[in-house]
Ligand binder design. Structure first.
Ligand SMILES: NC(=O)c1ccc[n+]([C@@H]2O[C@H](COP(=O)([O-])OP(=O)(O)OC[C@H]3O[C@@H](n4cnc5c(N)ncnc54)[C@H](O)[C@@H]3O)[C@@H](O)[C@H]2O)c1
Length: 276
């Protein structure tokens, strides 16, 4: 049996009614953590995620809140600590973004994305860390960043800037929280298929058709799934990851390790990935 790496831990995961956040909450629960499910909205997906955690036998509290709103953040943290007794792990994951060409970026969109996905992450982390310090048993803060924090895609300016800011945020947190037993890190996902799929289509998750041409740039030769990101988060939040601090761990199947045109050095026939 796999050892439980988060036994008894209390973890709040933002934006976790579905997608990567739900995957993190589920794997955390499988590893013995009680979890807080946060999202801006409650729907069938939220209910399913909560039910799946209760089915594992762990506590799942619900916290409807906009992480971009200061009053919501304070209320959510207070509710979480009241219901769980303390907070050991915060995963900042929530996001609502869209593509926007640089010449068309609006102040409204900048304020929206920076407001919840950078400022919101910082102040939620600050509130969680203050609870952790008061409790005196350390803790972990994990920001979900992105490969977009390192590399630019068309129309991803604001998103990339926000994600790069998260990578830098954890460096400052690691310094300023020295001696507290609290670690702060980012996980930067690559191509992760976080779609909500009906059970009968689950076999298509992260398949070649979904990935399209991106598959040719991923050395692991598959798309990522929420559990891949959850695994990195568990490592960082568990005893195993306690000497990792102020870092951004990329979880992308090797995507960022590439960078040369695929046909620049054709593979020898017979090598893995070579043309027939
Ligand atoms: N899916 C990918 O390929 C990928 C790649 C790199 C990084 N990421 C990052 O992973 C994280 C999760 O992505 P996902 O693909 O699961 O997205 P998703 O859209 O499936 O889930 C995001 C969740 O956040 C919630 N949310 C949005 N705004 C909120 C707010 N203000 N307050 C509270 N909740 C809010 C949404 O309702 C949604 O349930 C994000 O930070 C994203 O940037 C995803």
């Amino acid at each position: 049996m796999t050892p439980k790496l988060l036994e008894g831990k209390k973890a709040l995961i933002t934006g976790s009614r579905r997608g990567i956040g739900a995957g993190i909450a589920q794997l955390f629960a499988e590893h013995g953590a009680d979890v807080g499910i946060n999202d801006i909205t409650r729907d069938d997906e939220a209910d399913k995620t909560i039910a799946s955690i209760k089915a594992i036998g762990r506590k799942a509290s619900w916290h409807q809140a906009d992480v971009g709103n200061s009053d919501d953040r304070t209320r959510m943290l207070d509710e979480f600590v009241e219901q769980h007794g303390r907070i050991d792990i915060l995963v900042n994951n929530a996001v609502a973004s869209k593509d926007m060409h640089f010449t068309k970026i609006t102040e409204e969109f900048w304020d929206h994305l920076v407001g919840h996905a950078l400022k919101g992450y910082l102040f939620l982390a600050q509130g969680a860390v203050n609870h952790m310090i008061e409790h005196g048993h350390g803790g972990s803060v994990i920001n979900i960043s992105s490969v977009h924090s390192y590399r630019a895609w068309p129309h991803d300016g604001v998103y990339g800037i926000v994600k790069a800011g998260l990578n830098r945020m954890v460096q400052s947190m690691a310094h300023d929280l020295a001696g507290s037993g609290i670690t702060a890190n980012c996980v930067a996902p690559g191509y992760i298929d976080s779609r909500v799929l009906p059970q009968e289509e689950e076999h298509t998750r992260a398949d070649d058709e979904y990935l399209g041409s991106a598959i040719g740039f991923i050395p692991s030769q598959r798309g990522g799934v929420p559990k891949d990101i959850a695994g990195a988060c568990i490592f960082l939040a568990s005893e195993l990851g306690q000497y990792v601090n102020g870092q951004t761990i990329t979880v992308d199947g090797g995507f960022l390790a590439g960078g040369v045109p695929q046909d620049s050095k054709p593979l020898e026939p017979g090598m893995p990935g070579a043309a027939e």
